[in-house]
Design a protein around this ligand. Sequence first.
Ligand code: AMP
Ligand code: GLY
Length: 424
Amino acid sequence: MNILILGSGGREHAFTHKLVQSTKVNQVFVAPGNAGTNKIATNIPINPTDFSAIKSAVINQNINMVVVGPEAPLVEGVHDFFLNDEDLKLIPVIGPKKDGALLEGSKDFSKEFMIKHGIPTAQYKSFTNQTLAAGKSFLETLNPPYVLKADGLAAGKGVLILDSLQEAKSELEEMLSNQKFGAASSTVVIEEFLKGIELSVFVLTDGKNYKILPSAKDYKRIGEGDKGLNTGGMGAISPVPFADEDFLSKVEERVVKPTVIGLQKDNIDYRGFIFIGLMNVNGDPFVIEYNVRMGDPETEVVLPRIESDLLDLFEGVANQTLNEKEFSVTQQTATTVMLVSGGYPESYEKGKEISGFENIESSIVFHAGTKAENDSVVTSGGRVMAITSFGNSIEEALSKSYENIEKIHFEKMNYRKDIGFDLV
Ligand code: AMP
Ligand code: GLY
């Protein structure tokens, strides 16, 4: 089979790395990909939300399946586009249609879904500019800190956690009346603050059956000790030690099953990944958010731990035979450390030559923001490379990643030296 992967990050390099190992795969294409994906597959320079360019690529390259990395093409309806096109309708797309993608595309929709299907989550209410006064009154009934969430996609910046009531009220007004996050904040979810420790659980579903993939924890802040600005993710670990069998069985019974059954009850034919952001509150799981794709950099630790053929699993998703598929995961721990451009997540320079990564053997180097230029590889984004290693413990895996990072160089390279600090 020929596969087209949409996206260009470390997540998409991890998908590519796993899919080229499948005996069922003939060729893999990545749109637009990065310098790492182009080494093991073929990049096609098109934007993942340019559906007509995707159609041409699918036809020209005889693509048999499309795997969607990021959320934007899903929320914009790439799967629906395929189903509505005579030439494309039989080509499976791994990723939900627009209706399912609302689980990520609208916080209000996802909260309503959770409450309707009895899935544990923080108490909440939604407000618009017309109900601003009621929103302010609702804030008065809550205890600090206050959690405000822009309803729509806001590039990971749409959640505010505020300590003072005054600040919460004025930020609510900024979001609703002054469009702080544009149209994304024309509805705002205000919710109860959950105190606990976060982790993510990933599910692959064909709409009827599901496989629970390895759990992971990511490190979102730029600074050590989880300080400073939020990033896309600076590192990740899988499995999560505190997500023991007892906790994960609560996640399956209270969250995964009602989510998959809820989608069916609501007539949402969902085929793809569900990324469940959870808070462990004294041993009980609460859903913070759903994403309709895999996480980045979580994918760089989750996929390497899966021993089964990923294409075989994807065929199960497409044909609704996921229950018949073999699925196994290594007991080993995987860790990844993200190398970023100096200045990220604020402004940073691109085009810095990267050296020392080519001969690394005891870790997997997943490219993120890289591109090939002449005979070298240069930086082309804030998050540049994720260095993934295995070990019998978090410490053992991390020490390999950090040892190999010593060999890699680009001007103003930055990374967190404390990934997993709260777990070891
Ligand atoms: P989200 O985009 O919904 O994942 O929110 C971003 C981050 O805000 C999460 O990863 C949590 O760290 C935090 N957060 C969101 N909702 C809550 C909540 N109800 N209680 C505590 N922290 C939250
Ligand atoms: N690492 C968080 C995300 O992919 O949303």
